[in-house]
Design a protein around this ligand. Sequence first.
Ligand code: ADP
Ligand code: MG
Length: 370
Amino acid sequence: MTQDLSRTAAGVQFVGVSKTYPTGLTAIAQLDLDIRPGEFLTLLGPSGSGKTTALNLLAGFQSPTTGQILVDGKDIGALPPYKRDIGVVFQHYALFPHMTVRENTGYPLKQRRMPKDEIARRVDDVLRMVALEAYGDRLPRQLSGGQQQRVAVARAIVFRPRLLLMDEPLGALDRKLRESVQLELKRIHRDLGVTIVFVTHDQEEALVMSDRIAIFDQGRIRQIGTASALYDAPVSQFVAQFLGESNCLVGKVDHLPRLSRVTTAAGVFHGVTSDATPQHGTAAVVTRPERCRLFTAQSEVPEGWNQVPARIRDVVYLGALRKVVADLRDGGTFTVIFQPDQILPAAPDVLVAFPPDAARVVLADGPKNH
Ligand code: ADP
Ligand code: MG
């Protein structure tokens, strides 16, 4: 039955796409992006970074200032939104309040002048998919927020689009509801095999949902990859800080073959050299809290590890784990995750240490990001 709804998923390419609004603001700058058929791609970034603009360009609600958007290799620039075969679910796209769930869901098919019995059959199918088959005769106001959003999803997939765009569709839902609709959307993605471009500013949501994540900042993609690739090998301080927690030390870089060196006010640190390591100037050493350890004496720190003196400010209990926040002398802070078998030092003055291969030397944030 669900197979019946699926069609070949679409592949999408943004080629040199820019969007400058009449105000002179460039919301998207020279975007190149390859979205694979059938993938669940999430655009993640702070507010104002251009995520909604990117979706609007793809949906056809706005036109690019430069560049082309291709779907399965064909330029869709000249097609109006309704001819693009793209389903959209936006946070603000309300349902029609005077129409039942069934009428709301069937609306795109009615617009396409499909025969009534065919509409009824398709509406039944998608309402079953979003587990709302018992709610067909209700009005939107007789549904919970999560149910309403599932109707919006049903309405977006009922005409069997090959591409589904969702702009913060779960933003208005409380945490518990959001988690259950997230799982629902993942199942729908699996069942339909449709390509999904999903927008969120919530990193946890991005981690749960996505095959790949594109990190947006100021109209550009800073990095794109799987959640684990971005987490383990961020190419910049911005990405490291936007996805997951990280510790960063900024200073002058010496680009060296395997491990590069960064000299800061707090000391000298080493981290893995990669394509993202600046050749000269300023760089950041970034490491994750679970890769750091606390020691009370110099003699305890393993040979070759980076270390910096700090003073424990806070201990936060996270179920089995504990998180320690420590202040550096020069004003920075470090976060360290404690495993249950580690013993927390009694004295507040400690050494935070981490091995060089658990750190990366990457582009530091520019002044604009501060
Ligand atoms: P996001 O969805 O990541 O929050 P948007 O794409 O909505 O970002 O916005 C990107 C930038 O473009 C922001 O600075 C925003 O103020 C600006 N912007 C968005 N829509 C318009 C518009 N219609 N006219 C002028 N500026 C706009
Ligand atoms: Mg937005």
